[in-house]
Design a protein around this ligand. Structure first.
Ligand SMILES: Cc1cc2nc3c(=O)[nH]c(=O)nc-3n(C[C@H](O)[C@H](O)[C@H](O)COP(=O)(O)OP(=O)(O)OC[C@H]3O[C@@H](n4cnc5c(N)ncnc54)[C@H](O)[C@@H]3O)c2cc1C
Length: 470
């Protein structure tokens, strides 16, 4: 694909669409919009940033971009870990930050309709104030936008019980790549009228449309939640518990995993101490439900199962302050590792749950073979792990070369075990080159055909999720 540069005339037309104050062209400000949470070396500043307020403004921007063949990159809060919001071809960044209203909380239908720039935790708090519950617990909940969650089909800790973002998305309004505004789905619990375009857009990483409204289904907030922190002397013992727990207990909401390197980094970063940080691994297990007695009984069953499986002790957090302390440590592992190393690469593999012990073993072997330290943590209850190779004191050139070799071997191992290369962080552009390892050739062709049908000029977030070109 060949794209054109943004000219002063185009900037002037953008000013007329969104208003003078909402067009950014100063180099310092453009830099900020040139990166998300991936490694700094991927930073690519856009030529211009616009901050529209309405779908009509976005439609006009898309029409203008098609006229001049300018690439457009949608951007939420920029917490993505695969470079999805990085404007790798320059052009226009459409920041959704001003579209941040909660439009309706429909208590009868148990649905909420929001604009894409609403911060996830703000939406969660607003629906909880009406006695309702949105359960998808993305670790960046205090900063990420719900539009970014939809575009990435974000997961998080409670997917074990409540699924991922897509399970809760019932209606969308989008602006198509050619600048048409369309409503997909709605407040209908069942609807098989036509192809399910709502779920095609979910997880499409901003390549098939810019999401301008979302209707999420809601549920009832569990009345009792308990978190159990369970240290194990050996990593093998910890990972071996996961499948057994699923067979014995149906009240599980989350099972998270942290190895010793991750815990110690998080402790330093959060200035806290977790019990038994001398152990090789911890599980953080959440049980929830509507009746306190039942939840405590579920916790007891978990207790017996893990003690039988070699747990050193079981710490129960039943109040907000202790629970927050545990989750704060867990949520900050990536940041903590970043603070301790020159470079890190947060990975996002998924394997069938039964293959987790083998995957953990393979990771240890790969770590030794490549001489790269690989702290391991993640949403183990979903088979979703975040091995995070760290550079130590390698210089950038050596790191990039060594990391590449490690990643190829890791992705091959993942595929051999029936898994895949990303579970919730997305392909972005960071993983596009590995797609032939991860997907069938026909599948990639079908994805390209969909992209061409929706975006004939290939201008919406090009180079992300699906390879460019014919
Ligand atoms: C420390 C840390 C922990 C994380 N934990 C989790 C986790 O537990 N689970 C998880 O799933 N992810 C996690 N993430 C990744 C990230 O937070 C999620 O992917 C989140 O959904 C991104 O939202 P955002 O608003 O920041 O999107 P951005 O990073 O701004 O954008 C992400 C993608 O969505 C597109 N996009 C954004 N808004 C729109 C829109 N309105 N319409 C169309 N496309 C759009 C962008 O073009 C881009 O491709 C974590 C990230 C970090 C740094």
């Amino acid at each position: 694909m060949r794209y054109n540069r943004v000219t002063p005339e185009i900037v002037e037309r953008l000013r007329r669409i969104v208003g003078d104050g909402y067009v950014i062209t100063s180099p310092g400000d453009l830099e900020r919009y040139g990166i998300d949470e991936i490694e700094e070396r991927y930073r690519r500043p856009p030529e211009v940033v616009v901050k529209p307020r309405t779908p009509e403004e976005i439609a006009a921007i898309m029409k203008l971009a098609n006229e001049y063949r300018i690439p457009v990159t949608p951007r939420g809060a920029g917490t993505g870990l695969s470079g999805g919001a990085v404007p790798i071809h320059g052009g226009i960044v459409v920041s959704l930050e001003r579209m941040n209203e909660i439009l309706e909380i429909d208590v009868d239908n148990m649905m909420v309709t929001v604009e894409p720039g609403v911060v996830l935790a703000d939406m969660m708090r607003a629906v909880e104030a009406k006695g309702l519950f949105y359960p998808v617990d993305v670790s960046t909940l205090e900063s990420c936008h719900v539009g970014g969650n939809v575009a990435e089909n974000a997961g998080g800790a409670r997917a074990v019980k409540y699924g991922v973002t897509g399970h809760w998305v019932y209606g969308l309004e989008i602006v198509t790549p050619t600048g048409k505004i369309v409503r997909l789905g709605g407040k209908r619990i069942k609807d098989v009228t036509g192809y399910n375009l709502v779920q095609l857009v979910v997880g499409s990483e901003g390549t098939l449309g810019i999401v301008t409204k979302i209707t999420f289904r809601l549920t009832i907030k569990p009345k009792c939640v308990l978190d159990l922190l369970v240290p194990f002397d050996t990593l093998d013992n910890a990972v071996a518990q996961v499948n057994k727990l699923f067979r014995e207990e149906h009240g599980l909401a989350a099972i998270e995993f942290m190895d010793d390197l991750s815990i110690r980094a998080a402790e330093r970063y959060c200035n806290t101490v977790l019990p038994h940080d001398d152990c090789e691994a911890h599980l953080l297990i959440q049980v929830d439900g509507m009746k306190e007695g039942e939840v405590w009984r579920a916790a007891e069953r978990v207790y017996h199962a893990v003690v039988e499986g070699g747990a050193k002790e079981v710490f129960v957090a039943d109040n907000r302050i202790t629970r927050e302390k545990l989750w704060r440590a867990r949520r900050n592992i990536a940041e903590a590792l970043k603070a301790l190393n020159n470079y890190i690469s947060v990975e996002d593999i998924v394997v069938p749950r039964s293959r987790i012990p083998e995957m953990a073993r393979r990771l240890r072997e790969l770590s030794r073979a490549h001489d790269i330290e690989v702290p391991l943590y993640g949403h183990i209850g979903d088979g979703n792990l975040h091995p995070t190779p760290v550079s130590g004191d390698r210089d950038e050139e050596t790191w990039v070369r060594d990391l590449e070799a490690f990643l190829v071997d890791m992705f091959k191992a993942v595929r051999e075990l029936g898994g895949n290369i990303t579970a919730e962080h997305g392909i972005g552009f960071k993983r596009v080159k590995y797609l032939p390892l991860a997907l069938d050739e026909v599948e990639i062709e079908l994805m390209k055909a969909i992209k061409r049908a929706w975006d004939p000029n290939g201008i919406l977030n090009p180079g992300k999720a699906v390879p460019l070109g014919p």
